[in-house]
Design a protein around this ligand. Structure first.
Ligand code: XMP
Length: 506
């Protein structure tokens, strides 16, 4: 798939994979040779925000349409193809955004087996008015005289609507037709098959050398570690650094799963004291992050040295990270601070990255297939600096962390019991460190801590909406926190979305 900057590009790539066909998303600027070197069975051109007529609009090189493989253009991809081959694309008087109805005049190859009238999702202003010579117009919609085209002789296809979104009910069938009937793909790819491939590749890469892996307790590093263990067994040692900023019992769960269930050699480092010592007196968020990041690297280096400095390091880099760094989206800058608690690339290890081809949900599938417990497979994201960035506006002390851990435990427990854990992107507590409020408990005045509940829904953490938790659930959470944690006498709910708020308070 070539990405012309459309908001749904990643989704198209995932839909293709869901059909059982491996797909890669590359920037539209990728050199032709790199495409050829991959021997693709077909090419999909994504949508994009530009008008084919605007200055600097991404061009579609003619050679791409002459590779001898089928090409499907979607939205901008179709318009660019039509224009390049001599059809007529123009700005329509009105755009077409949202649900629309499609009338099929001729099913051709691409729309075979779909109804003559169907709904579809549109998002465009430019419109195709005439197909290029050699093409057949297959369908139209209210605002698009030509909404689908094909040229069977050259195996070129185009659709104006978005087949990847749920509002196009026949979208999957159309993608399937393209992949199966047109491209002749064998539709047998699964995330597990990538896992098998990766296991073989790790074996090749690593040979008889030793490998080290930093386990964080998150699903990415867990799955990466398990795949590596499958590949090279006890040549791998995992290092789990407990910085004392984890949630309740989380460290134990990681150690139990890896050491006891999977028998992966694991060093668990209790580094709480040294992290807390370095955080003493520190309140500024970015300083906290810096200190925790540095200390983490130091502990990790010590462990690597104690293991005789293994040559290889396992990293849980995902496909979305690869796309983001290659695609040059703005995402990179927003995310830079999010690497805190990970490892920089210049530590001198050779990297083993078995998840580079997988999306997050595929990593979860592989984790499940490898037998990773649901608790680890479905864990919500947790920041590297952990609870340190959730004790806000004052010093991070062991007592405050304990209190926050207890409150957080109540929150997770109730959210899981209510069956909401997987629906939420994140749910956690924040503790304003230096704030006390007055309350009345058992006829006596109390002066205690305030716990903030933060729960959000999100797809990718770039934007987020505050979660509308049911009132009775909130009430249960609040009364449990106040009853079970003596220092707490007030619970409040954060109702800020992102933007303007961020997910974390620091
Ligand atoms: P914000 O607060 O920027 O967070 O909306 C977006 C996502 O990133 C996580 N986050 C971090 N993750 N180290 C991390 O590994 C960090 O320093 C960090 N800060 C925020 C946050 O939990 C959310 O998922």
């Amino acid at each position: 798939m070539l990405d012309f900057g459309g908001q749904y590009s990643q989704l198209i790539a995932r839909r293709v994979r869901e059909c059982g066909v491996f797909s890669e998303l590359l920037p539209h600027t990728v050199p032709l040779d790199e495409i050829r070197a991959r021997f693709p069975r077909g090419l999909i051109l994504s949508g994009g925000p530009a008008s084919v007529y605007s200055d600097g609009a991404p061009r579609l090189p003619r050679e791409l349409l002459e590779l001898g493989i089928p090409v499907l253009g979607i939205c901008y991809g179709m318009q660019a193809m039509v224009r390049e081959l001599g059809g007529r694309v123009e700005a329509a008087a009105v755009g077409e955004f949202g649900r629309s109805s499609l009338t099929v005049h001729e099913h051709g190859r691409l729309l075979a087996g779909t109804p003559g009238a169907q709904s579809c999702w549109m998002s465009h202003r430019d419109t195709v008015f005439e197909p290029p010579p050699g093409f057949t117009a297959l369908a139209s919609s209210a605002e698009s005289p030509v909404a689908a085209v094909e040229d069977r002789a050259r195996d070129l296809y185009g659709i104006q609507f978005h087949p990847e979104v749920v509002h196009t009910p026949c979208g999957n069938a159309i993608l399937r037709t393209f992949l199966d009937d047109v491209c002749g793909c064998d539709m047998a790819w699964t995330p597990e098959s990538v896992a098998e491939e990766q296991i073989a590749r790790i074996r090749d890469q690593v040979g008889a050398e030793r490998v080290i892996c930093g386990l964080s307790g998150g699903v990415d590093s867990s799955v990466a570690a398990l795949l590596t263990h499958r590949a090279v067994g006890d040549q791998l040692t995992c290092v789990f650094v407990d910085h004392g900023l984890m949630r309740k019992n989380e460290g134990d769960q990681v150690v139990a799963a890896f050491r006891d269930t999977f028998h992966v050699p694991l060093v668990a480092v209790d580094a709480e004291d040294r992290f807390l010592r370095r955080l003493r007196g520190v309140t500024e968020p970015e300083r906290k992050r810096k200190i925790i990041g540095e200390e983490f690297i130091r502990v990790f280096e010590e462990q690597a040295a104690a293991l005789g400095n293994p040559r290889f390091l396992v990293q849980g880099t995902l496909y979305s990270d690869v796309i983001e760094s290659g695609g040059g989206h703005g995402a990179a800058t927003i995310k830079s601070h999010h690497n805190v608690g990970g490892l920089p690339e210049d530590l001198g290890f050779a990297l083993v990255e078995p998840l580079r081809a997988l999306f997050k949900d595929e990593v979860r599938e592989v984790g499940g297939a490898l037998g990773l417990p649901d608790r680890l497979v479905w864990r919500q994201p947790f920041p590297g600096p952990g609870l340190a960035i959730r004790v806000v506006g004052g010093e991070v002390t062991k007592e405050r962390l304990e209190l926050l851990r207890d409150a957080d435990f109540v929150l997770q427990d109730e959210i899981r019991s209510a069956g909401l854990y997987r629906e939420l992107w994140q749910s956690f507590c924040v503790l304003p460190a230096d704030l006390r409020t007055v309350g009345v408990q058992g006829d006596e005045r109390s002066y205690g801590y305030v716990v903030v509940i933060r729960a959000v829904t999100s797809d990718d953490a770039m934007t987020a909406d505050w979660a509308r938790l049911p009132y009775d659930l909130l009430e249960r959470i609040a009364s449990r926190m106040i009853n079970e944690i003596p220092q707490v006498n007030r619970v409040v709910l954060d109702v800020t979305s992102k933007p303007p708020g961020t997910i974390e308070w620091e």
